[in-house]
Ligand binder design. Structure first.
Ligand SMILES: *[C@@H]1O[C@H](CO)[C@@H](O)[C@H](O)[C@H]1NC(C)=O
Ligand SMILES: *[C@@H]1O[C@H](CO)[C@@H](O)[C@H](O)[C@H]1NC(C)=O
Ligand SMILES: *[C@@H]1O[C@H](CO)[C@@H](O)[C@H](O)[C@H]1NC(C)=O
Length: 425
């Protein structure tokens, strides 16, 4: 029976000949030895087979790898020496290993395989090489990851690290590629203002080989489950590691780890609204058809939806430009000064997250947006691969442009607070 497990015709074949001869007695012994801890010699053997079955005796380094596998096999039999005493398969394996080790000049002490090749070649663990490319001999460069986030009323940080503030009321796709779809629904926060915030997030993990079935996740305000809509918490029964949901704070914060596509998603509820942050490999994020071109994470908001018009949109937040008397609205409680103080308590750097926080307090008066901006910073720090890009600072250039990190200015004049969120793109 073992001979079929082991198709390669090099020296090890001798072991299988021996094992084959004695497999019948060993089965008899299994019946006798039922009450003991089982002898795991067969596990040792299959591990050895999986370590060596991909080796090619014609290639350099074969002997080295083969010796490593033999040492692991020897260690495994040694661990089983007590429970396998009297087991003929065990004893013939020990003899066979000794013969092979001397034949191949393997030293008794030396390196053993650092990882099981089954693990490093796990097709459900993204390593930056998908599709036709082979692992063999190819230099493994680590994949490039991209970050996208949405928070507040709402502020979007795209895969290109562009920062925008948008209206995007209703349902909008953030991501729509061959692996993942993410859609958000935004509703107005304050009557009469264009500010909206997210109250629903739908994520579809598309089925992928044997790693996961298609899984749909949905969160709405006050219902942030730690399970997919079908009630499961992982991608498939057989492979719980390739896709799973982790509840971090009950009803307030969940993470989704999709290791088969190297993707992590954070979803939080702060106050009455949801925030989202995603890290995904560039190679996969860019795998989409032309028809899937509306993706806010990829291309940003359409210009008609931008509150920051090419980065220079004055937004009058106190008084005339927002309808109805300020006294009847909770958002009227913040002045530029109190909003600045409030946001500075949570966000020390005067970066774009800080200005977004001030903007949100002035527009909505909802102090929970302070926490949303603070969490957005934490999500960037956890998921964005390049630390030097975590903070985007407003620059003092007034000319605009579409680069990262250009201007944001405040003007205070005649009792009217004029907030210019400049060049968030
Ligand atoms: C093992 O070592 C001996 C002596 O060092 C050498 O003659 C023999 O060719 C070696 N065998 C293999 C398979 O490397
Ligand atoms: C802020 O969040 C708390 C807790 O979720 C909620 O009770 C409160 O109403 C929110 N504040 C506003 C102004 O919506
Ligand atoms: C902003 O202005 C200061 C002083 O005027 C200057 O040193 C700094 O380089 C400027 N920053 C940017 C990003 O232009």
């Amino acid at each position: 029976m073992f001979i079929y497990l082991f198709p390669h015709p090099y020296g090890a074949i001798q072991i299988w000949g021996v094992l084959l001869d004695f497999s019948l007695p060993s089965i008899l012994c299994l019946a006798d030895c039922q009450l003991q801890t089982p002898c795991r010699i067969q596990k040792c053997t299959t591990d050895f087979v999986s370590l060596t079955s991909h080796l090619n005796s014609a290639l350099d380094g074969f002997d080295l790898e083969f010796c490593k596998a033999l040492r692991a096999y020897a260690a495994c039999t040694y661990r089983n020496s007590k429970v396998c005493r009297g087991n003929l398969v065990y004893h013939s394996a020990v003899l066979g290993i000794g013969d092979l080790m001397s034949q191949k000049n393997c030293s008794k002490d030396g390196p053993t395989p650092s990882t099981n090749p089954k693990v490093t070649h796990d097709p459900c663990s993204y390593s930056g090489h998908t599709g036709a490319r082979e692992h063999r001999g190819e230099e493994q460069t680590s994949p490039t990851y991209l970050f996208c986030g949405l928070f507040g009323d709402p502020h979007l940080r795209t895969f290109k690290d562009h920062f925008q503030t948008c209206k995007v009321e209703g349902a909008w796709p953030l991501i729509d590629n061959n692996y993942l779809s993410v859609q958000v629904t935004n509703v107005p926060v304050v009557p009469g203002s264009s500010a909206t915030a997210t109250n629903k997030i739908t994520i579809i993990f598309k089925s992928f080989r044997d790693c996961t079935d298609q899984k749909v996740y949905q969160a709405v305000t006050d219902d942030l489950p730690a399970a997919f809509v079908d009630g499961t918490t992982s991608g498939s029964d057989g492979n719980t590691k390739s896709l799973r949901i982790v509840e971090k704070v009950g009803g307030k914060y969940v993470e989704m780890h999709a290791s088969y596509i190297g993707t992590t998603v954070h979803i939080r509820q702060l106050g009455h609204y949801l925030t989202l942050a995603i890290r995904m490999p560039q190679e996969l994020a860019m795998a989409y058809e032309e028809s899937q071109d509306l993706q806010l994470c990829v291309n940003g908001c359409p210009s008609s939806e931008r509150i920051d018009n090419r980065g220079h949109l004055p937004l009058f937040v106190m008084g005339q430009l927002l309808p109805q008397a300020s006294a009847t609205h909770p958002w009227s409680v913040y002045t530029l000064e109190t909003a600045t103080t409030k946001c500075h308590e949570k966000i020390l750097a005067k970066d774009i997250y800080f200005y977004s926080c001030v903007f949100d307090l002035l527009t909505t008066g909802d102090v929970n947006f302070t926490a949303a901006a603070h969490s957005a910073v934490k999500d960037v720090e956890a998921l964005h691969p390049r630390k030097e890009h975590w903070h985007i600072f407003p620059s003092n250039e007034s000319g605009g442009g579409d680069g990262v990190g250009t201007g944001s200015k405040f003007f205070v004049s005649s009792g009217l607070v004029c907030l210019i969120l400049a060049v968030f793109s």
